[in-house]
Design a protein. Structure first.
Length: 306
């Protein structure tokens, strides 16, 4: 029996190692773009009044943000943190000693994450009335403190080779619109107070298939959102998705993003831009956003922007 158990462990270890090696080779074979990317992306968190009452009762609420057409309770939103990459990451320079071409040393390998000290302080008064405030210090006579659930990402992205030639995009994405059970959006705002003019596709669950080893991952909730530049120029197709295990590292996040782009962008225009913003949407006390960007090559492949 012990030998059988050891054999099973060895097989599982070999499969895991093989899958990891396959992913590594796929990442190394990925074409690389000469463009750079800079961004500032704020992460907001929120709770509905039902969530707040559940926390006051000592419960852990199940979080699902619905559109206001279905859920008229107010959302309490505030800036909890941001992820940023400086403008120096837009360009490359040659090292005078080694001759290597790379971003300047001021450019971090990954986005810098900062969080504010603000939290939601609240008390539930007789009759169910809420008294709430948001600050970095608890105000008097409040009985509960919480950080909320990731609800929205809002910010600006620049992609190019310098400040002068970069294409800039303003982006706002929220958890409500990633709900795959949302009904089709109405034709205009007269029938839905939360209607937003958006050309994003409805959210669907996608299984990753490129490389094929990613097929063992569970399906991911995602939608494709075309984003117009602030000035005429390159267009950006942005995938908004629910992050998971692939977002534990920067390189696996790029592989996962590219696999989503292959699924959601069957037709591609060379020279255009594509990318992903993932997050643990509707998860309590989480604001870790995962960003990744690509340039579409003349052959229609995705070249990683690093």
């Amino acid at each position: 029996m012990q030998r059988l158990a050891l054999a099973i462990v060895a097989v599982v270890a070999a499969l895991v190692a093989g899958a990891g090696g396959w992913l590594g080779l796929s990442y190394l074979a990925m074409p690389v773009s000469g463009l750079g990317v800079a961004y500032v992306m704020g992460a907001r968190v929120a709770l509905t009044s039902d969530h707040v009452h559940a926390i006051a009762r000592g419960e852990t609420p199940g979080i699902e943000f619905l559109r206001k057409a279905e859920d008229m309770s107010n959302k309490y939103l505030w800036q909890r943190g941001k992820i940023e990459r400086p403008a120096g990451c837009l360009y490359y320079e040659t090292d005078k000693v080694t001759g290597a071409v790379a971003h300047p040393k001021s450019c971090p390998a990954q986005g810098r994450i900062t969080t504010t000290g603000d939290q939601l302080h609240f008390a539930v008064e007789p009759g169910g009335a809420l008294r709430i405030g948001v600050s970095d210090k608890p105000p008097k006579n409040t009985t509960h403190v919480t950080n909320g659930a990731l609800y929205e990402a809002d910010g600006e992205i620049g992609i190019g080779k310098s400040l002068e030639d970069a294409a800039w995009f303003k982006v706002t994405l929220d958890a409500e619109w990633l709900n795959v059970f949302d009904p089709p959006r109405p034709a205009d705002s007269s029938t839905d107070p939360d209607w937003m003019e958006s050309s994003c596709t409805p959210a669907t669950r996608q299984r990753l298939r490129d490389p094929v080893v990613l097929g063992v991952m569970p399906a991911i909730a995602a939608r494709l959102c075309p984003v117009k530049p602030e000035k005429p120029g390159r267009t950006l197709s942005l995938v908004h998705f629910q992050s998971g295990p692939l977002q534990w590292t920067d390189w696996t996040n790029r592989l996962g993003c590219r696999a989503l782009l292959y699924r959601l962008m069957p037709s591609r225009t060379p020279g255009d831009l594509a990318g992903c913003i993932g997050g643990p949407w509707a998860k309590l006390d989480r604001t870790d956003l995962a960003l990744s960007f690509f340039e579409i090559t003349p052959s229609g492949e995705f070249a990683a922007i690093r």
